[in-house]
Structure formats: structure tokens, C-alpha cells
Design a protein. Structure first.
Length: 592
């Protein structure tokens, strides 16, 4: 056993790479059919490849408008080009050998798996630094049961979430780094790079920044960590703003790296650097006081300069929230999902938090390790609590919990194995291992009978699967090029796999278009005619029973959508014949 543990310690880097390769092989096996069918699983993945195509076809680096939505003005997309780089690089490298279509297929296969290697190294580093140098393989086993997290790294999942999760775990590894300056640099750089991509991890980035300050407050020798963090965070954020911020994000917007957050970061970084360099007091109470003062200055600056960025960062109207965002599943709290979904998402984070707290108790007599462990515990604890607000925090909660779950296994299993009670040694060890790995809930779920779906639920699942497929959209793609008026969730897929344009996608800056699409399907026939004509639409396309359609059917039973599904089609719509078995219904809009 000792030889195995020594091997695990000595060759840990090679083991990490080997585990990454094993995960990649598993992913390819799981997603091969989807890769073959170019079945990008999410609207954002479809939009990402459309953004990359636009850039490769000559659209400006800083121009991120998607001109195939809401033409000719285009849709305002709040992303950055940073995540486009590996996708575009793979396409350009593969295109001379396999052609454009296969190059894209290679890119959407390989690109999502790249940040997984960074996540594995980060998880291994944190485990080695806080639990034991040989404990990291347990964290990898726990990761296997982190379904929400792993889904962000699988082939076809090319949007930015995988990179942000990897950078978040890297920042936690920096918090755990005993080398002060290096740890500060890693936390600052990982935080800044996450901001380049988006603000989804902003609350965790803020908590990790606060941890750097608390390190210094509790130990004046941590000034090198704080100074390194401040310089790196400020410099890297400024670099990212200059290189990746789009034209639209150079305005004082709240939902992306903009002058709002750049100014906040630069002010905060300058104040933290000042604390590290000029506050020499040996009294921790004085250090705490000036740190709180610096925080108050940054908060006051933000409130006075950017009062519009105090509430919801998306800035959507109440109308758009009611018509659209309130129906988005990932924006719902955990308790509004079925018990299978809720437990699958929350079980590992809860286990991980217990493990983090247990590890903190074990490290209570070592101030340095205790400080680092508590700092690493705060983000996963916060993410787990935020599941009660929105389930979209699930992937981050799981990613940050695997080290905690590994700690629970590493500490509790040997305790049970060494018990003087045979039942505890046999049964207790097994139970604690299964729970610690995060396998308890998946195992229990498989033992329980699955809930039978209603006919309506089966129809919805079938439509959600068929309508975005290449086979279903192929006849649509053969139609003369035009602008298709369809569901918000179908817009990105339409522009990705056909030559047509669409009106809207699920992107909050385009609230007018989202609201118009929702109102057209929910409202009266004259209102629908007016809205469809407003966007000079050439076609109307619906897919009965898709999730979006069920909203129209349930909440607007006398609305335009319900009327045309029942065959009450106005004269300004001419039916288009589609192949037998097509899930779609399509009409040509008769122009006045």
C-alpha cells in the first residue's frame, strides 16, 4: 500500500494527464453520435460557433453583434472573444486537411475538453496542499459523479462555462498555495481571466479576493501575497479589457467586463497594494480597520458612480422577466425542480461542504492550513446555498466540492476502518466511501423506480430532441434564404445549421426582440401579424410540443400560437409542404 501511495505522490502530474485522457475517451464514447450529428446541446453552443464563424469570415475582433439575428441591426451579444480563440485555432489548423465542416466538428469535439486538464491539475493541487499529497485521486473519483460539472467539458459544449469552472478551481488552488507571492499571482490571474469571459463567477471571485485580505489581516507576513494579488488582478483585468472587450462593452454596462467593473477592480487593486506596502502595524485590529475602510471606499465608489449596477446585472425589464426569464429552468431555485434533479445537483455540494468543514476542524491547530482551508471552504459553501436561488450555480458548486468530498473520504474512511466494532469496519467503511465519493444519490436513484412520464411529457421530450436535429432542419435549409420568425430558443440553431436568419435568441440585451416574439405567439392574430411584419419576416416556423410551445399553450390558450396549431391560419400565411414526419409546421409570410 505504501508503494502505491508513494507512486501516486511521485508521479502525480503524469497521473493527472492520464486521468484527463481517460475522461476524454469516456466523453468521446458518450457523445460520439452527437458529434457525428453536430448536435450542439444548448442555444449558447450554437451561438458560440456562429460567433466564431462570423469572426473567421471577417467580422471585426471587437464587433460581437450577431447580424443574423434581428437583421440588419443584429443582436447585441455581451460575450468576449477569449473563448473563441481555441475553437477558431482548431478550425484553422484542421481545415486544410479535412475541410470546413469536419474542421468545425473537430473543434466542437476538442475545445470543450481542453479546460478539463486545467481543472484536474487545480483540483489535484488543492487536494495535495490541504488534505494530503496522495489524496487527489479520490477527488477525481468524486468528480466522476459531478454530472453538472462534467457536462460543461463534454464534446459539443463549446460555450464558456468550462473555462470559467477551470479558472475558479485554479483560483482556489492559489488560495491553498503556501508560497505567498505565487499564490497571490495565481488567484489574481485566474480571477481576472474569469472576468474576461463573463461575470458568472463574480461572487466567488469577490470572496476569494476577500480571503487574500483576511490572510493579511490575520498575519502581517502575508503582505507579499496581498501585493502580488493586487498587482496581478489589476494588471490582468486592464489587459483583458484592452484586448477582449467589445465595442458594446466599452459602455457603462453591468453584465460584462466594462468601464464599470474595470474601474472597481483598478481602485480596489490600488487600495490593496497600498495596504500591503504602507500599513506596517503589528496590531491585527488596525489592519482590519483599514481593510474595512478600503472596502467601504470601493463600495461607495461603485454606488455613486454606477448606481444602475446595484440591482440585477442583466438589466431586463419586468415584462421580459415575466414573459421569458421566469420560465428558464436554470434560473429557478432548486426546490422548484423534481426531487431527482434536485438531489442529483445538490448531493455532492452538500457532501463537499461537510467535508470542507471537517477538514477545517482537523486543521484547527495549524493556523496557516486552517486559514487556507476556511478560505477555500467559503466559495463552495456560498455556491451550495445559492442553489436555493438558482440551479445554474450547480456546476460551480459541484466543481468546488470535489476536494471537500475527497477530504471527507480521506478522513472518515480510515476512522471507520480502524474502529473496534466490526459492523463499523465493514458496513461503515463502505457507506462512508460511497457517500464521500458522491455516489450515494446516483446509486439510490437507480434503485428506485423511475417516475412514469405522462403523454404530454413524452411529446415534449420528443419535440425537444427532434426539432433542433439536422435531419429535421434539412428541409428548412433547402428553402430560399429568408428571415424566419420562430421561438427564441430555436433562433441560434436556425442560424447555425441553415442559411436563414432569425429574430431572437435567449440573450437578455435583446429584450425587445424576446418580448416581441413571446407576445406574437401569445397575443391576438392582428398583433402577431403586426410584429411579424415589423421584422420583415419571410417565414413563420413552429415546432408543436417543444418546451417553449407548452408555455404558449398553457398561458395563452386563445393566443395566436394555439389558433394556428388548431388549424385556424390567417390568409397572410401560406402553408409550406414539409416531408412526412417533420416535427415542424412552416408558412410563408405574404407581404402586403
Amino acid at each position: 500500500m505504501n508503494r502505491v501511495l508513494d507512486f501516486v505522490d511521485r508521479y502525480w502530474k503524469w497521473i493527472v494527464v492520464g486521468v484527463w485522457i481517460a475522461f476524454c475517451i469516456y466523453f468521446l464514447f458518450q457523445r460520439w453520435n452527437g458529434i457525428r450529428l453536430f448536435a450542439l446541446p444548448d442555444t449558447d453552443d450554437n451561438m458560440r460557433i456562429s460567433q466564431v464563424r462570423a469572426w473567421l469570415h471577417g467580422q471585426g475582433w471587437f464587433d460581437l453583434r450577431q447580424y443574423r439575428l434581428n437583421p440588419p441591426a443584429g443582436a447585441n451579444i455581451h460575450w468576449s472573444r477569449f473563448v473563441d480563440l481555441p475553437i477558431a485555432g482548431i478550425i484553422l489548423a484542421a481545415r486544410p486537411f479535412v475541410g470546413g465542416a469536419e474542421a468545425e466538428r473537430a473543434a466542437v469535439t476538442i475545445a470543450p475538453m481542453l479546460p478539463l486538464l486545467l481543472l484536474l491539475f487545480s483540483v489535484a493541487l488543492t487536494s495535495r496542499r490541504l488534505i494530503d499529497r496522495r489524496a487527489y485521486p479520490i477527488a477525481f473519483i468524486c468528480l466522476f459523479f459531478a454530472g453538472s460539472t462534467l457536462a460543461m467539458f463534454m464534446p459539443l459544449r463549446i460555450d464558456h462555462h468550462g473555462w470559467q469552472l477551470a479558472l475558479l478551481t485554479l483560483a482556489i488552488a492559489g488560495v491553498a498555495d503556501p508560497k505567498r507571492a505565487r499564490g497571490g499571482v495565481v488567484v489574481g490571474l485566474a480571477s481576472a481571466m474569469s472576468l474576461w469571459i463573463g461575470l458568472e463567477m463574480l461572487i466567488y471571485i469577490a470572496l476569494l479576493g476577500i480571503s487574500q485580505v483576511i490572510f493579511w489581516v490575520t498575519d502581517a507576513n502575508e503582505r507579499r501575497r496581498l501585493a502580488a494579488y493586487a498587482v496581478t488582478l489589476g494588471g490582468a483585468t486592464a489587459f483583458g479589457f484592452a484586448v477582449f472587450t467589445s465595442y458594446a462593452n466599452r459602455l457603462a454596462v453591468c453584465d460584462a467586463l466594462s468601464p464599470v467593473w474595470l474601474s472597481d477592480v483598478l481602485l480596489g487593486a490600488a487600495l490593496l497594494l497600498g495596504l500591503a506596502m504602507f500599513v506596517k502595524s503589528a496590531d491585527w485590529k488596525i489592519r482590519l480597520g483599514v481593510a474595512l475602510g478600503a472596502g467601504a471606499v470601493v463600495a461607495g465608489f461603485h454606488v455613486l458612480m454606477w448606481p444602475h449596477c446595484i440591482t440585477r446585472l442583466e438589466g431586463i425589464s419586468p415584462e421580459v422577466n415575466k414573459l421569458w426569464l421566469s420560465h428558464v429552468r436554470e434560473a429557478r431555485p432548486l426546490y422548484r425542480h423534481g426531487w431527482r434533479t434536485a438531489t442529483a445537483i445538490a448531493s455532492l455540494p452538500v457532501t463537499g461542504v461537510v467535508g470542507w468543514l471537517l477538514l477545517s476542524w482537523v486543521r484547527r491547530r495549524d493556523p496557516k492550513l486552517l486559514r487556507a482551508t476556511l478560505a477555500a471552504t467559503l466559495p463552495p459553501l456560498t455556491a451550495t446555498l445559492l442553489l436555493l436561488w438558482q440551479t445554474r450555480t450547480g456546476p460551480a458548486a459541484q466543481a468546488m466540492s470535489v476536494v471537500g468530498a475527497a477530504a471527507l473520504t480521506w478522513i472518515a474512511v480510515p476512522w471507520a476502518a480502524n474502529s473496534r466494532f466490526m459492523l463499523m469496519r465493514v458496513l461503515g467503511t463502505s457507506v462512508l466511501a460511497v457517500v464521500g465519493f458522491g455516489a450515494a444519490v446516483p446509486a439510490a436513484s437507480n434503485l428506485l423506480p423511475k417516475e412514469k412520464k405522462t403523454a404530454t411529457e413524452k411529446a415534449v421530450d420528443k419535440a425537444n430532441s427532434q426539432c433542433p436535429s439536422l435531419a429535421a432542419l434539412k428541409p428548412i435549409a433547402k428553402m430560399p434564404k429568408g428571415t424566419i420568425f420562430t421561438y427564441v430558443d430555436l433562433g441560434p440553431r436556425i442560424i447555425t445549421v441553415t442559411h436563414h436568419n432569425a429574430i431572437a435568441g435567449p440573450y437578455h440585451r435583446n429584450g425587445e426582440q424576446i418580448a416581441d416574439v413571446m407576445k406574437a405567439f401569445r397575443g391576438t392574430e392582428p398583433q402577431a401579424h403586426q410584429i411579424i411584419a415589423k421584422y420583415r419576416s419571410d417565414y413563420l416556423l413552429i415546432c408543436p410540443n417543444m418546451s417553449t410551445a407548452t408555455i404558449f399553450a398553457a398561458e395563452a390558450k386563445g393566443g395566436f400560437y394555439t389558433q394556428i396549431v388548431r388549424g385556424k391560419v390567417p390568409a397572410w400565411l401560406q402553408p409550406i409542404s414539409l416531408p412526412k414526419g417533420s416535427p415542424f409546421r412552416m408558412w410563408r409570410v405574404v407581404k402586403a
